[in-house]
Design a binder for this molecule. Sequence first.
Ligand SMILES: NC(=O)c1ccc[n+]([C@@H]2O[C@H](COP(=O)([O-])OP(=O)(O)OC[C@H]3O[C@@H](n4cnc5c(N)ncnc54)[C@H](O)[C@@H]3O)[C@@H](O)[C@H]2O)c1
Length: 363
Amino acid sequence: MPDRVRVGIIGSRFEAEIHAIAFQKIPHVAEVVAVASPTPGHAEAFARRFGIPRFYTDYRKMLEDKDIDMVTICAPNYLHAQMTVDAAQSGKHVVCEKPLCMNLEEADRMIEACRENRVFLFYAEELCFTPKYVRAKELVDEGALGKVYLVKQSEKHFGPHSDWFWDVERSGGGVLMDMGCHGIEFARFILGKPKVKSVYAHLGTYVHREKTRGDDEAVTIVEFENDAYAVIENSWAKRGGMDDRAEIYGEGGVTYAVLHMGISLVTYSEYGYGYAVEKAPTTKGWTFTVYEEIWNYGFPQEMEHFARCVLGLEQPKETGEDGKAVLEILCAAYASAGEGRKITFPFEARGVRKPIDLWLRGL
Ligand SMILES: NC(=O)c1ccc[n+]([C@@H]2O[C@H](COP(=O)([O-])OP(=O)(O)OC[C@H]3O[C@@H](n4cnc5c(N)ncnc54)[C@H](O)[C@@H]3O)[C@@H](O)[C@H]2O)c1
């Protein structure tokens, strides 16, 4: 094992850029040595932009590269499982973006392939590494809030940037699948990953009916066995750019964390400027101007943790099992909205091709 983890990125667009920038901030533990994307010219342009030495149009060719220790998967959700299995069989550690995959059978295949080939399967949930949210977790662990009984988390914007997110065959679901997975894992993280007792969800497609069969509004209530519950709110219908916030309530205290808006500059501009907050369509008028967004979101910290695990310096905090636990809750939430009732655990969502089927068949 070299003293720095050699990384190959699969994908060359939105999340791949975030990973490339995150790795640039942690050169002491990792370096990106290759990128793969099938879109003609994209991998090459990406490699040139980030000073990455090798690029491929077929990720399987990249997996033959002996000088890669770990790959990060930044491709559409329906490709995560096969890519993970292929990477594991090539002896590479895997960082898989959220949501883990399309169904529980895929999750099991991914976990098993990584176990058999003795490589790590890391679940890339950056909210567990977001500095403000990590500080909140420290408060909880220190007992500052007393016994925590409620965790609220919400992520909202006006909808994603790429076509495949809107196509439930490739994404597996709408906003609940896309962003509810963040809030669910955040709640598990804050509460110490307790078992689930029940899940209840309300879903709807209120604004983007012409564009998708997926949900663009979601409220999910997860009841846990340690006498606590979570309320997770997500929207692809909210105007005005990205909003990401959390509230944690204990019998002895409360803490509120607002990510983008809470750490941004509040700017007014007649003329507009380059970039305000993610998914904001305009920078004219009043805007929230983010800075150090990737650090404030915890991506470099997350990748540093994964690299240090590969180097044998830390134990994984977010794994394939965590991604699978989130997927189980997502399936239960879609089933709850489909059947119009609370779903109690254990809940077996076997034989389901994608979580949203459990909702759509109830409509
Ligand atoms: N953690 C986060 O906050 C976060 C944010 C955005 C996206 N994501 C996740 O990252 C993943 C990618 O999303 P995105 O926003 O980057 O999508 P995107 O559409 O911007 O990029 C998708 C990339 O996948 C590549 N791709 C498609 N088919 C491929 C194949 N066969 N082999 C290799 N590459 C292939 C495309 O060329 C493109 O570069 C998704 O799973 C998404 O949920 C996570």
